[in-house]
Design a protein around this ligand. Structure first.
Ligand code: GUN
Ligand code: ZN
Length: 494
């Protein structure tokens, strides 16, 4: 039998995977629309037409309400929701975090999820909020871990079991929890209690929490970012290795009159145009959406929100196939300055990402100053000792007259630095980069070049520099190499 989770493609920390459940296989990354068993704005059956492959609902809501509970016990969860694909069930932990207590034990809710035929079962973990003292986070994590261990003993059949990683904003606790849970072999690892961080745009801390947790887990395990439903941050989270999301946002936002786009959210009252071509936005105008009565407006917005959400998932998957995920992340993180902070934080983990990132891909596009910190650039900087240079070495930006008089010829290209001419067409040196490198690209390229010079003390360097390159490191290079300035190209030249 094939593995529960199989990885088909990779890019940065992101991957396209296949997760096998009792009710079918789903392709990840994907979003699980949250189904409220009480109110259904859009029916579970309809969800497939938006692109949903798996749903998530709350077993505690079903457990507590007699009408739902008896139907679920009699006809099963899939009968209750009238959906024949995979369904994940949450445990009531969210209610625990909001109301402080729940009227069910870990064992009771596990057994209930098992009985009603959930595809992915979640134990009653404790979602410790951000910023609590280490002591509290550690104590609550201890209880969560005990409950997860008990759950692992109870659930051992076809149904998948999720092991939520907690630890609040304490990164060492997150990593410790993750590496402990790794040994218990859960089929899915949700990262818990991150909703308050996302609600307050604390993306840098979110990035660190995902990275810390991922470092403790096996890279072969699927990871679910609990409560993440806004498509604006999916690419960032996928690049860090998240495979599953769940969205109540599509419905909650619709209820509030909010229209989701990957660049942020609009209130429908403020929309003059609909910047989308989904079936809803093709059929209605902004004016018609505003004028629709409340329940119709909510339904239309909910549908648009789902279309926008799954369109982004498909784009992310295409970008993984094409090796362009980080280009997409860099674009998406322009949607909000706090996401930009998140992007910068992402690249502080480049050394870890570099180990996950495929060594060869099709492309590298320089999209902005952050691109200078991408894993590919870092990898090149780490491998400079692989070149050994002797005699006269010419480093130049492109072909120049007389270059064949030197023993060795290197090309200078920001943000990488200097590399053998023969590698120009090889990834990542075939990168598409701006004609005028920014400060960050020059910083990385020049410091890599200096490093290369230091590694080859016996070589005699000549560095041909474009006149328009302005950077303090150029002076340092001039102390080590013969510096020659090249005039800017004339228009009529090639
Ligand atoms: N939903 C959002 N966050 C959480 C969490 O940390 N645990 C569980 N079980 N459900 C959640
Ligand atoms: Zn639309």
């Amino acid at each position: 039998m094939s593995a529960i989770f199989e990885i088909l493609d990779k890019d940065a920390g992101g991957r396209i995977g296949r997760l096998r459940t009792p009710h079918g296989t789903v392709e990840t990354p994907t979003v699980m629309p949250v189904i409220n068993p009480n109110i259904q704005l859009i029916s579970p059956k309809e969800m497939k037409s938006f692109g949903a492959e798996i749903l998530i609902t709350n077993s505690y809501i079903i457990y507590r309400k007699e009408e739902l509970r008896s139907v679920a016990l009699e006809k099963g969860l899939h009968g209750l929701l009238d959906f024949d694909g995979p369904i994940m069930t949450d445990s009531g932990s969210f209610q625990l975090s909001v109301y402080g207590s729940v009227e069910v034990t870990n064992e009771e809710i596990l057994e209930f999820q098992q009985k009603i035929g959930s595809d992915i079962i979640v134990p009653l973990d404790i979602p410790t909020p951000p910023d609590v003292h280490y002591k509290r986070a550690e104590e609550e994590l201890g209880i969560t871990v005990e409950r997860l261990e008990a759950a692992r003993k109870l659930i051992q059949g076809e149904q998948l079991l999720a092991g939520p990683v907690q630890g609040s904003t304490h990164l060492e606790l997150r990593e410790k929890a993750a590496s402990h849970l790794k040994d218990l072999n859960f089929e899915v690892y949700p990262l818990g209690a991150v909703v308050p961080l996302m609600e307050s745009y604390r993306y840098t801390e979110l990035v660190d929490i995902i990275a810390a947790s991922k470092k403790g887990l096996s890279p072969a395990s699927p990871v679910h970012l609990f409560g993440a439903g806004h498509p604006m941050m999916f690419a960032l989270a996928v690049a860090l290795g998240c495979d599953l999301f769940d969205s109540a946002a599509y419905a909650l936002y619709a209820k509030d009159g909010r229209y989701i786009t990957v660049n942020g959210t609009y209130h429908v009252e403020k929309l003059n145009y609909l910047p989308c071509s989904c079936p809803i936005c093709s059929k209605y105008t902004a004016e018609e959406l505003k004028k629709a009565d409340n329940s119709k407006r909510e339904e239309l917005l909910g549908k648009h929100n789902l279309y926008a959400t799954f369109a982004e998932i498909r784009l992310i998957k295409q970008c993984i196939k094409d090796g362009k995920l980080l280009e997409l992340v860099e674009q998406r993180c322009r949607a909000h300055p706090r996401l930009l902070d998140g992007l910068k934080k992402l690249y502080t983990h480049s050394s870890w990402l570099e180990q996950l990132d495929p060594a060869t891909k099709g492309t590298y596009f320089y999209c902005g100053p952050e691109s200078a910190s991408r894993p590919e650039v870092l990898r090149f900087g780490k491998r400079l000792d692989r070149f050994s240079l002797e005699g006269s070495v010419l480093i130049r930006p492109g072909p120049i007259k007389g270059e064949n008089d030197y023993d060795q010829l290197l090309t200078f290209k920001a943000p990488f630095g200097a590399f053998p001419v023969a590698m120009e067409e090889v990834y990542p040196f075939n990168a598409e980069v701006p004609k005028f490198p920014d400060y960050e690209a020059l910083s990385t390229a020049l410091s890599n070049t200096l490093k290369l010079m230091d590694l080859n003390p016996q070589a005699e360097f000549t560095f041909v520099c474009e006149k328009e390159f302005k950077h303090p490191l150029i002076e340092k290079i001039s102390n080590r190499a013969k510096l020659v300035y090249r005039e800017p190209e004339k228009k009529n030249e090639k």
